[in-house]
Design a protein around this ligand. Structure first.
Ligand code: TYC
Length: 109
């Protein structure tokens, strides 16, 4: 019998499995929330909606409203699916409550 100490396969500790992992942080899909132009909703109401639901100041909200008025559609913000859905519902409910035909939609970015 050998008197040598038994050498394991890893006597010099050279076997190692790289265990450092990269956490899978999948980015969520993002959605634009858009306002659509119409001929009846008052400009001031649209500005109020943009301030109230999209946290814009009066100047930013006015720019967005004018963009929608001139181009037919405009972006109020970009959100994850559930937040975008909530914004759309809040705006549509608020517009309906005030009997304005304002339309708000979301689209995948
Ligand atoms: N076009 C409307 C008007 O002239 C104003 C308006 C702007 C309506 C934006 C909707 O999303 C809208 N009173």
């Amino acid at each position: 019998m050998s008197k040598e100490p038994r050498r394991s396969d890893d006597a010099d500790n050279e076997i190692g499995v790289i265990t450092k992992t990269r956490p899978k942080t999948k980015r969520p899909n993002l959605y634009r929330v858009l306002l659509l132009n119409d001929d009846y909703t008052p400009m001031e109401f649209v500005v109020h909606v943009v301030e109230r639901f999209f946290n814009k100041n009066r100047e930013e909200a006015t720019q967005i409203m004018l963009h929608v008025h001139q181009h037919g559609v405009g972006e109020c913000g970009v959100f994850t699916y559930e937040v975008a859905e909530t914004k759309v519902t809040q705006v549509m409910d608020f517009a309906r409550k005030h009997q304005h035909p304002l339309q708000c939609v979301m689209e995948r970015k």
